[in-house]
Design a binder for this molecule. Sequence first.
Ligand code: PGA
Length: 259
Amino acid sequence: MEIAVCKTKEQASKLAADMITAAVAKNPKTVLGLATGSTPVAMYAEMAKAVKAKKVSYRQVKTWNLDEYVGLAGTHDQSYRYFMNKNLFEKIDIKLSNTHVLNGLAKDFDRECAAYEAQIRKAGGIDIQVLGIGSDGHIAFNEPGTSLSSRTSVVYLTPSTIRDNARLFFKGKEKEVPTRALSMGVGTICEAKKIILLAFGKGKADAVKGMVEGGISQFCTASVLQAHPDTWVFCDEEAASKLKLKKYYAWRSATKLGL
Ligand code: PGA
């Protein structure tokens, strides 16, 4: 696991976006796994800038998102489909038919999840998976206590995630946050060839500490990434503030990135 510690969220977002832009420029048929939440917004803006500057095209790129709330239609302004359309897909030259988000209104969730996994396999698997991290150490909506080999399925949000998501979205109304979601599994996520995880702010410092320097445990599902062969963490100083070897990680990653 490489941990790039940046002075600001903006710098980290730019570095992560550059990594994706370079990969897509090299392989125009890159398969991306994408994340929602407040964290990746600045990175998506940087990715869109690169398209505008004609450095890269997403015409042949296919994407699969991590998760979606149960009960929300893709047209609902708090759904993750809506979020992705607004924050990325409408700003780049991707074909909307090449973008995939789980259907939170599916009649049969097991079937929906199995079909999603089959689509990903058929596309050759995810080349680069973008992740955020929850303050409780979750990746996608894989909360503490989730099997580290779980597959895409219906999941149940912890009270702390419901609080976090109400604070940032849903106009602060906890009661409006769905308690269930469809989410890629931990095992599914780990099959991505490369993983880029973003973490910003002091609210993520404990989760980042658990992910990087804790033991691998289902209590912090992000910690499973210690066993992934190609994971890059882009974080700011605050999110990295509890890491024992922060300076070493920062130096090593900067050297590898040629900074
Ligand atoms: P956030 O969520 O980006 O809104 O902090 C991250 C996550 O829950 O994975």
